[in-house]
Design a protein around this ligand. Sequence first.
Ligand code: HEC
Ligand code: HEC
Length: 283
Amino acid sequence: MRKWNFNRSVHRLSVAGAFLLTVAACAPYAAAQHIETSTFNQSPKRPAEDPKAVEHGKQVYAQKCASCHAADLRGTDTGVNILRSQPALTDHGNDHLTPIMLGQWTGMQSHKVDISNADALAVGAYVRSMLALIGSQGRAPYDAMKQPNIVVGDATTGKATFDKTCGSCHSAEGDLKGFAKKVASPKLMQAAWLRGTYLGATPVVVTATVTEPGKPAVNGTLIHIDDFLVTLKVDDGTQQTFERNGAVPKVVVKDPLDAHRNLLPKYTDKDIHDITAYLVTLK
Ligand code: HEC
Ligand code: HEC
């Protein structure tokens, strides 16, 4: 056991060493290359893999590796995260990955995988093709992974539910006309209608009325509120801050999106699926 660990750490050191040397040697070139397109801490571009090998490797990976390393390569309790594995990240043309899979190298000697040479080469191509898609700062290649389609509801039922639940405030021909064009991704669109707002929406104005004992009520746009202070922007453009002490002064907040918040616990999953299926038709 100790010997194995020793080998493993030597292996890691040599990989790390080789990596640092490579980085040092390439640094001026890499720096010059990345000036224009630089995204902070972007990993270097990898050469494209043979698409046939990638496709085959993907299937073999699903059969022989995914149970331990997860379908998205991010690892499970029984296998490490390959997207963060040094030997995988520093692999070039299967110099690390294939020997690990074939058990010729420290790295995965505790788990023998029954895999042919040809299949191991293909899995290597697939793994590198996924590593090539990692975003800046090691962000997993989510975009390349299959996103489940969330449009699973029934649009006709959705229209009926919409008319009943939302019709008092919205209309498909009025304010929500073309809404599915405005927020094109169904996933973001569902989040948008549930919350009643989204990135890029006209901000909703929250107002409040503060009434101190024996004084006239002050109305304004709510700037800040917590248990101790409330700040309003009043009509003349100035801000007024009031100290809060329990129920004094009396504060009444009017948030137009309260309607949305109050609806949240009332939807069934089916309501949500159906309404989304209807709203994606509002193109
Ligand atoms: C039965 C579970 C299991 C299966 C199946 C499996 N692995 Fe592993 N793999 C591991 C474990 C656990 C490790 C961590 C090292 C160890 O304990 O041997 C590992 C290590 C690795 C490493 C080295 C990671 C590092 O940073 O040192 C790579 C690369 C790897 N596996 C790729 C694969 C590929 C590709 C397949 C499919 C051909 C595969 N593994 C199948 C469990 C598995
Ligand atoms: C009591 C009124 C009310 C009800 C009921 C209501 N909403 Fe809203 N909704 C609002 C308000 C207020 C906003 C804030 C933006 C605005 O004024 O249009 C909003 C915003 C939205 C937005 C974002 C519009 C945009 O472009 O900014 C969507 C989409 C939306 N609601 C969908 C729905 C759906 C779907 C339902 C029913 C499941 C629903 N709403 C029920 C009042 C309501």
